[in-house]
Design a protein around this ligand. Structure first.
Ligand code: FES
Length: 104
């Protein structure tokens, strides 16, 4: 996979246990901080499109606020139905200096 790391925010701009939404190229990406680690996932719940950046973050998961579907921050799997192929896309993310960067 080729791509470019894009700076979306600075360290400290995303509080612990919260997410923020960023537009990168044509994608809307949620950057979520859980226990000091940043994750980047599609900011679009596959159920009915709620913004996952507003979800409830706990223990490596984000729970959609509209109807409670839960997703893994690590790999985007829909955790409520382990056999389902439903998932949200995830993106590599890194911190360079004080910049949070997402690979798209
Ligand atoms: S829109 Fe996310 S659970 Fe329904």
């Amino acid at each position: 996979m080729s791509g470019t790391y894009r700076t979306v925010a600075r360290v400290g701009e995303i509080p612990e246990g919260e997410g923020r939404s960023f537009e990168v190229d044509d994608r809307i990406i949620a950057v979520i901080r859980d226990r000091g680690v940043y994750f980047a996932i599609d900011d679009h719940c596959p159920h009915q499109g709620a913004p996952l950046c507003d979800g409830i973050v706990a223990d490596g998961t984000v729970t959609c606020t509209w109807h409670g579907w839960r997703f893994s921050l690590e790999d985007g799997r829909w955790l409520d139905s382990p056999k389902s192929k439903v998932r949200v896309d995830t993106y590599p993310i890194r911190v360079e200096g004080d910049e949070i960067q997402v690979l798209v």
